[in-house]
Design a binder for this molecule. Sequence first.
Ligand SMILES: [Fe+2]
Length: 178
Amino acid sequence: MNSDSDLQIAGDILEVQHLLQPAREHPATVSEFVGLARSIAADRARWADLVRYDSASRWYHRLHQGPGYEVWLLSWVPGQGSGLHDHGGSAGVLTVLEGELTERTERGARSLGTGAQRAFAPGYVHEVVNDSLEPAVSLHVYYPGLTEMPMHATQAAAATAVDAAHAADPTAVDTVPA
Ligand SMILES: [Fe+2]
């Protein structure tokens, strides 16, 4: 399969097709956000020189802000991951620009190579991690813009949380996009 066409849809967000509508100045449908992400992915000059890799904490940069949506550029050194999270009231499109990422959900893990895209609805829960030996870069469109990213306990983290119940705030919210 050509990875450029490796669009994998989470949920029913694409049930309503808008592919025949004329192009708008700003995207307003899932299909148009997918297209926006693809056009940015293809335009390396727009993002390649901006990418930084930070082994201490995940690096991210807001690449673009439009009416009702935001586009973030993220980097992942080997071993870095987002933790299990949702995106509050935001829907989104994740596109791998470079390298390979692994997405884990309650349904299992899937490998996302360069060019792979995932569209997800509000409430979608996943964890993204760079399990490879090379750095990775990804592009994340959120609509509306990401205002919260609640973390979810994994089974392993939940076991640890029992031990650390007095030391941590379980309601803490990580707003780093992912
Ligand atoms: Fe995410």
